[in-house]
Design a protein around this ligand. Structure first.
Ligand code: GTP
Length: 556
């Protein structure tokens, strides 16, 4: 393919605005897939994605499109739509010259429409606004066009009105892709240079890296080097994605495809890395914003005997998702496990769901936490409000965009659900990291008969200390069985007790029914009772069953 007949583009949209539906239609029109109901949302490959209806991993497809007697190669790079995955969006975008910005004709501009627009705008891509779902009864494309003009400064005449569902004007979208998006500015004659924009792991072939060729060509048998790690590999297989893999002998500048080169770990195909020919080093392409874990949670096998099975599942899954950070961890109560870092809450849920579905693993996940930087000092001088408004823009008479500075901790737990229910589903939300801020945080311990329970120690904001302390003490009280003596359950800040619950004494006399002499029977019962206690963790003189920890630590 001549470079001037190539277009590389992505579809970006707020969740549910119809990105996957549009991608399917484009694939159908170009004959990449046959039109049947079963092919619905081909680009959403993972089971989780199909079940939840959200795209998680970016997928890619090369389409062949006839326009005015010429055949064009359109490389569609699918991107995930959720706030947690803007990292995946930005790396997909780097391989493109243009994007289709899909906006729902009824809902208009939403939080991730804005976030995705800026990713594309900063990358200086051609942006084609597409107003989708014009078939809906409440569709108001006029209004959405005004919003696009006002918020993004794109003339309304540039918007294309479509119904991805019915296929209305979808062919026009492809024509505009050819007309408006520039071809990649690359040359086959240059030295080979390719950007790794995604990678997956295959049990048989090892790492499959998705690459965009920014110069030259590459063939089977070539020796290539990864700029980041400096390792050399031999190309075993390469080809294009339609979206299924189609092996080719050679890939050329401007093309997008996959390469298998004996890489054993996804770490070797670092997203953002540059590949070049051995002996022909080139300047590495500019990297990406690295993924940054924002939400952390402990993960433990339900039963310690499942540890090694779970370990290999976690390893395999992180091979396919390099944005999850993994650290070995162990808890006295829950045994050996991991502390995992995720991009956000949905990312964490998707990871758990994949672990359960694809690897059949049953796990305990502790409630999520966010990173803090602690500076120890005697007084904190700062007066801090938990959310600070930064600015407010009226998108039109019905919609307003507000920016707040929030502690991440306030957002991770159930902020998103509350926002949705308070606004009856109308409000949408997106975030980016604003760095560490000083805050009035305190460390809270939990005590059983005066002894601290290390695994429950937590960091809370001062204003939330009492309610959190009370809540946790109640949960503990409900989860720890009565014992032969009274148990005080306390929440403490330093030496100050701020909440207390009492578990009343109760003597379970296993010998009650054994009148008289049979010593061996008594011994048996006492032994059985002792064995039951082994599954407990003893804190001071209090036996705490593992279930109690699970109840208290687990997310609801
Ligand atoms: P993510 O992959 O999670 O980002 O969502 P998405 O943007 O890909 O949305 P998707 O294509 O899954 O569409 C969301 C919903 O809108 C689905 O129920 C679609 O059937 C519906 N939908 C998409 N396009 C149209 C359209 O043109 N008209 C109507 N009426 N519904 C549509």
């Amino acid at each position: 393919f001549a470079v001037d007949k190539i277009r590389n583009f992505s579809i970006i949209a707020h969740i549910d605005h119809g990105k996957s539906t549009l991608a399917d239609r484009l694939l159908e029109i170009t004959g990449a897939i046959v039109k049947t109901d079963r092919n619905k949302q081909v680009l959403d490959k993972l089971q989780v994605e199909r079940e939840r209806g959200i795209t998680v991993k970016a997928q890619t497809a090369s389409l062949f499109y006839r326009h005015r007697g010429q055949t064009y190669l359109l490389n569609l790079i699918d991107t995930p739509g959720h706030v947690d995955f803007s990292y995946e969006v930005s790396r997909s975008i780097s391989a493109c010259q243009g994007v289709l910005l899909v906006v729902d004709a009824n809902q208009g501009i939403q939080a991730q429409t804005v976030a995705n627009f800026y990713l594309a705008f900063e990358a200086q891509l051609t942006i084609i606004p597409v107003i989708n779902k014009i078939d809906l009864k409440n569709a108001d494309p006029e209004r959405v066009e005004s919003q696009i003009e006002k918020v993004f400064d794109i003339p309304r005449e540039e918007c294309i009105r479509i119904s991805a569902k019915l296929g209305t004007n979808v062919d026009q979208v492809l024509q505009e892709v050819v007309k408006r998006i520039p071809h990649p500015a690359v040359s086959k004659a240059d030295a080979f240079r390719a950007l790794v924009f995604d990678s997956t792991f295959d049990h048989y072939r090892g790492v499959v890296a998705n690459i965009a060729l920014f110069g030259g060509q590459v063939a089977k048998g070539d020796k290539i080097v990864s700029a980041h790690l400096g390792k050399t590999y031999e190309v075993n297989e390469l080809g294009i994605l339609t979206p299924d893999e189609h092996p080719r002998d050679r890939l050329y500048a401007g093309q997008v495809g996959y390469v298998v080169a004996g890489m054993k770990e996804v770490k070797e195909a670092q997203v953002g890395d540059t590949l070049y020919h051995q002996n022909k080093p080139v300047e590495a392409l500019p990297g990406f914003k690295p993924a940054k874990a924002m939400v952390f949670a402990g993960m433990y096998p339900m039963d310690q005997s499942e540890y090694s099975g779970l370990r290999s599942a976690v390893e395999k899954l992180t091979l396919n998702d390099s944005s999850v950070t993994v650290q070995r961890d162990s808890s006295l109560a829950l045994g050996a496990g991991w502390r995992l870092g995720f991009l956000g809450l949905l990312h964490m849920e998707v990871f758990n769901q994949r672990l359960e579905q694809e690897y059949n693993a049953s796990v305990i996940v502790t409630s999520p936490t966010v990173p803090y930087k602690a500076v120890l000092c005697s007084a904190k001088l700062m007066k801090n409000r938990r959310a600070v408004q930064k600015n407010m823009v009226y998108i039109d008479d019905q919609r307003v965009m507000m920016k707040y500075l929030f502690p991440l901790n306030e957002v991770v737990v159930d902020f998103y659900d509350q926002l949705k229910s308070l606004s009856s589903g109308y409000a949408s939300f997106d975030y980016e990291d604003a760095g560490y801020q000083p805050a009035d945080l305190i460390k809270m311990d939990f005590l059983l008969n005066g002894r601290p329970v290390e695994e429950l120690t937590t960091i809370v904001h001062k204003d939330r200390a009492y309610s959190t302390g009370k809540f946790m003490c109640e949960r503990l009280k409900d989860s720890i069985p009565r014992q032969m003596f009274e148990i005080a359950v306390q929440a403490a800040i330093g030496s100050k007790i701020i909440a207390r619950e009492t578990i009343k004494a109760y003597r379970k006399n296993v010998l009650a029914k054994c009148y008289g002499g049979d010593v061996t029977r008594k011994m048996k019962l006492l032994k059985k009772q002792a064995e039951g206690k082994k599954k407990m963790r003893r804190i001071g003189n209090v036996d705490v069953p593992k279930d109690a920890f699970i109840n208290v630590l687990k997310r609801k």
